[in-house]
Write a protein that binds this ligand. Sequence first.
Ligand code: AMP
Length: 218
Amino acid sequence: MVLGKQGAGKGTQCVRLSHHYVVPHVSTGDMLRAAVKQGTALGLKAKDQMDRGELLGDDLIMEMVAERLGESDVRARGFVLDGCPRTVAQAERLADTLAPVDLDLVIDIEIHTGQVLRRLAARRVCVDCGANYSLSAPPLINWTCDVCGGEVVQRKDDTEEAISRRLELYERQTAPLIEWYRARHQLESVPGTGSPDAVTRRMVKVIEAKRRKGHGFV
Ligand code: AMP
């Protein structure tokens, strides 16, 4: 599971890790954005809160996550979890869902708020597959996704108002998870500065170190 404030590079790094280890990328944000786009009951319920940068209810999120973690690809290969848990209550529910096993490792991508504000203002995302781009690293052709051909746009919740609300909620609700997982000896931290390649290398290094210790990894 990967932790980090908005703009730390969590989404980008989770996609990279899922390719590197050939495991599904389970992103609650991507699942919810897909539901909004498809106009499902879940999407209709979630849209306004997401646009405002508010967190959705723990029950709704944890039911969605439990269902996804029960699917055959995840059961066969494992997963990279992105965007959940975001509260201690969600972390407790996740531990119950996964029991008798648990998360192998939680990686916190550390970054200063000043830096994430610049990144979020420049961030662009594919509406279809969720691939991340930025003004300085756009898709090759005319804001069309290099991966799937979808339209690449600015996220509705990357407005100044929603960003500050999301960062405030991160500090209040999600940051306590760092200590929560540290106390359970599940946490490693990596600096989120430098190029995406540099951050991926740091993450793979801590994963490999943990694997060598043989903490439940297959
Ligand atoms: P993300 O792409 O992870 O930043 O998620 C986008 C939005 O989806 C968040 O700002 C929340 O509104 C909602 N969301 C995603 N994951 C969660 C979660 N674990 N708990 C509550 N709300 C969530």
